[in-house]
Design a protein around this ligand. Sequence first.
Ligand code: ATP
Ligand code: MG
Length: 387
Amino acid sequence: MKEMYLIKIGEISLKKGNKKMFERVLKQNIKAKFKGYKNTVIIRSGRYYLEVEDCPDEVVSRNLGTTFGIVAFYKTLFCGKSLEEVAEKAKKIAKANLDAGRGNKFKVETRRIDKSLPLDSYGYSAELGGILLDEFSELKVDVKNPDWIVHVELREQGYVYGFGERGAGGLPVGTAGKGVLLLSGGIDSPVAGYLIGKRGVKLSSVYFHTPPFTSEDAMTKVKDLAAGVAPWSGGMKLYVVNFTEIQMLINKSVSPEATTLHTRAAMMKIAQMIAFEEGAGALITGEALSQVASQTMESLRFTGSMVSLPVLRPCIGMDKEEIIKISRKLDLFDISTRPFDDCCTLFSPEHPLIRPGFEEINEEHRGVEGLDELMKKATTGREVHIF
Ligand code: ATP
Ligand code: MG
């Protein structure tokens, strides 16, 4: 059966000269989500409509609910513009709301765009309200505080819709370019991926794996996280880079309290090599200011200075509780908290450097002999997984 959904957009409507580009990308993204189903996306007078055939409601909810750029969507009935035809659809919406136990206080809201019609917007709302009251004795009109609204739009045809679902907001993925996410198995970095996807960035990700110190289970966890972020980020390519030799070299070359910083520096540089190949314009991490020693201003200055690409850190101003809240909302928290250590935890020094001197730490980093070769080797030998 063919169903129609009215899609409401948020920030895109504020765009001026380049609005068409945002619309085109949103359309592509919606179509990509429904590629297994016969579908059409229509943009007409600033309204977006999805027509899709034989697609279960929960699939529509999941697909539209994870598409950035959409603020709300409504299953919509369409019909001719006569009062009888519109009333018949309005009754269906009212019945569905009553059956779902959404309350009995309602109002009708009409937008009559077609000025050739006999009644004005108020006239249609009043007539339709009366028809619904006659049909369902339990209904009460409450224009100030309704439990639900029957929306009627009379344009080139009639559109009637009731209960809406919230969309994810943000901007369509792809409109802000591409980025490479440093994805660890923790709580923060997948949330960072989601947050930056929300601003329109299409993502690939890179995970630094340190076998045998980090287990296959740790890798599976990262793959599951990549798969969990994928619906929000227009799919997800995950690069797995074997980091063992680099970690070993760093451990034996630098002062113990500085190991994490040098490790992070190497990760940044490898991620940038991958970003350049991918044509990506930024790196993304899950860092939050002062969460750990490697995330103080001085530490971020050092690790950030390793790369010329901007490093986007969407969690920078968030506390752990806020990050966890998002992680739970995305159903990623249970994956992130599986008890498999990553290399950072395993190799983190007991007394890490908190405020590295910029010159000193750079000099120490330059002194790690053979690092560039190992980084190139690790980058070339990476594995790729697509989600
Ligand atoms: P997270 O929950 O994201 O792991 P964290 O609090 O554990 O964060 P750190 O371990 O200090 O923070 O890592 C900071 C950031 O560095 C991570 O958010 C991630 O972007 C990146 N990172 C750390 N370890 C790895 C890794 N093994 N592979 C890829 N990226 C990593
Ligand atoms: Mg971590």
